[in-house]
Ligand binder design. Structure first.
Ligand code: G4P
Length: 530
């Protein structure tokens, strides 16, 4: 039964108002600071510094695990929703550390656009490049924000060249800095030709003062800094580095803006850009290649499962991206994987420690379903006509450890914990008859995932563990036919993953190549992220 109270037009209009995006960057480029600044602008929190925190900063609402607090990293992910102009902005948080890139990848499956933050002094860094690749792969439009312009950095035109050369995307600046890096006075708006002058206030605690004026006034005020900006902008015109909406949505170009997140400079313009240029909530393609229109009955998929957010009650949240229709709390939907009905009585909007009961959500929104233990990452939920969205592919693990319960009397807790971590995708759990259930192998993209797993096993499941590193660094997908041959090879092990894939592990590239040379008939495929 579809919603009785909402017309298809209403659903389409609500979807058109949604802007669902993630901020991604190399660690330290200023993602948390920008999130704070956006939240400040949204007046969700009122004072910058309250949404997120590094070690030593003030208590946060987003860092919930002790380990995160100690390390000053953010592992959890949630959605910040606020209204801006006539739009609803959904900012989906991503983990800051590269070791959790798989988590970031899952988040990227739930958004329609990304904001790529680049440190003006460092240019494109390793993780920036990886993320650019992933976005391109997923056809996600990218808005690039050059951050920390208040500090000395690389020349603006040089940065544009670097983006073009290294990503293949044409940078099309929407704003251009007035004053070189380290002397951030304001920006030239390349569309209107006006000048927005920024004034510092106490370290970004309040929204920065902005003053917009025409070119003559700008020239009078900033003299040479203004003419330099105008000259450089004209150079960009000559290279046709101007915004083109179609090319942006096709991922061929990336609009660029200049900002200082810590001073709140440029944040306002970023919000305007999201409203004006970022795509609205888009329909999703299903496993069969069909497209379920946004105004059809409710559907969505789980892009993240997370537990242990609150040590006082054992809860487990499944985050759903609404793809079509209206989500109404309490409605009974169908879980595509099991075909079973699924009640949605406990639905929340979550941002860090802030939770609010959510009664209604529209395409593009994120709903946290509480105690949804049947749900796994990638699962689809729907009302009326069946729909299944494509699974979220997993990364190829590169680090492997055997895990055992320290205390055999805690085996039940151990098993439950391992199962939970597997469901959430905290680590990949690999098993074989040889190793048995008591000593599964954990696979990770980054070693810090093991620390999270260990921490959770101890504190949440009360099952202290012993872990031992295995000398493998490479996984390939294989078939049951290949198992007997591979079993005879030294330094090779075959394990099965809970999604049914058989993974052959190798110590290194040379070992893999050796086996491939000797047994060219064996299936040993790379685990690609698609
Ligand atoms: P991340 O989430 O991407 O890892 O970066 P985060 O926001 O934590 O920022 C990393 C550091 O860069 C922080 O300094 C932050 O204050 C600083 N930063 C962020 N944006 C800007 C900016 O626009 N200009 C300047 N000058 N600095 C910026 P920190 O010393 O590590 O932390 P803190 O002591 O300042 O909190």
């Amino acid at each position: 039964m579809s919603s009785q109270t909402h017309t298809p037009k209403e659903i389409r209009d609500q979807a058109a108002r949604r802007r669902t995006f993630a901020v991604i960057s190399h660690p330290d480029a200023g993602k948390s600071t920008l999130t704070e600044a956006l939240a400040l602008h949204a007046r969700v929190i009122g004072q910058a510094g309250a949404t997120h925190g590094k070690a030593g900063r003030r208590a946060t609402v987003s860092d919930w695990m002790q380990m995160e607090q100690d390390r000053g990293i953010s592992i959890s992910s949630a959605a910040l929703q606020f209204e801006y102009r006539d739009c609803v902005i959904n900012l989906i948080d991503t983990p800051g550390h590269a070791d959790f890139s798989e988590d970031t990848y899952r988040v990227l499956s739930s958004v329609d656009c990304t904001v790529m933050l680049v440190d003006a002094a460092k240019g494109l860094e390793m993780q920036t490049m990886k993320l650019f690749e992933v976005c391109k792969h997923r056809n996600l439009p990218i808005i690039t924000v050059i951050n920390k312009w208040d500090r000395p950095g690389i020349d603006a035109l040089e940065l544009m060249d670097e983006i073009l050369e290294r990503t293949g995307m044409l940078p099309t600046p929407l704003t251009w800095p007035v004053g070189q890096s380290g002397d951030f006075r304001g920006v030239l708006d390349r569309t209107s030709g006006t000048y927005t002058k920024y004034t510092r206030n106490d370290a970004g605690a309040r929204i920065a003062e902005e003053q917009t004026m025409d070119a003559d006034a700008a020239l009078e005020l900033e003299s040479e800094a203004w003419t330099t900006a105008v000259d450089e902008s004209e150079l960009l015109d000559l290279e046709e580095q101007n915004h083109d909406q179609e090319r942006f949505l096709a991922g061929e170009t990336t609009p660029v803006m200049f900002a200082s997140a810590v001073l709140n400079f440029g944040v306002h313009k970023l919000l305007d850009t999201l409203v004006d240029l970022a795509p609205a909530a888009l329909p999703r393609t299903d496993v069969d290649g069909g497209v379920r229109p946004v105004d059809s009955a409710f559907s969505g998929f789980v892009f993240k499962v997370q537990a242990g957010m609150d040590s006082h009650h054992r809860d487990r949240l499944a985050y759903i991206r609404v793809c079509s229709g209206v989500f109404e709390r309490g409605m009974v939907v169908t879980h595509a994987a099991s075909g079973k009905p699924f009640a949605t009585k406990y639905a929340q909007q979550v941002f860090g420690r802030d939770r609010e009961v959510i009664d209604e959500a529209w395409p593009g929104d994120v709903v946290g379903l509480v105690n949804a233990s049947a749900l796994r990452v990638g699962d689809s939920l729907y009302l009326d006509d069946r729909v299944e969205y494509p699974p979220i592919p997993t990364f190829a693990p590169e680090h492997f450890m055997v895990i055992r319960a320290q205390d055999s009397s805690k085996y039940k807790q151990f098993r439950r914990g391992i199962e939970q971590l597997d469901h959430e995708g905290v680590v990949q759990v690999l098993r074989s008859d040889l190793r048995g259930d008591q000593a599964p192998v954990l696979g990770a993209v980054g070693p810090m995932q093991f620390e999270v797993a260990e921490d959770r096993m101890i504190h949440e499941f009360h099952a202290p563990v012993k872990m031992e590193r295995l000398n493998f660094s490479l996984a390939r997908r294989t078939t049951p036919e290949a198992v007997p041959t591979l079993a005879r090879e030294r330094s090779v092990e075959v394990l099965s993953r809970s999604d049914g894939e058989l993974l052959a592990l190798f110590s290194d590239r040379w070992r893999l190549q050796g086996v491939q040379r000797e047994h060219p008939e064996l299936v040993l495929e790379p685990l690609v992220v698609s």
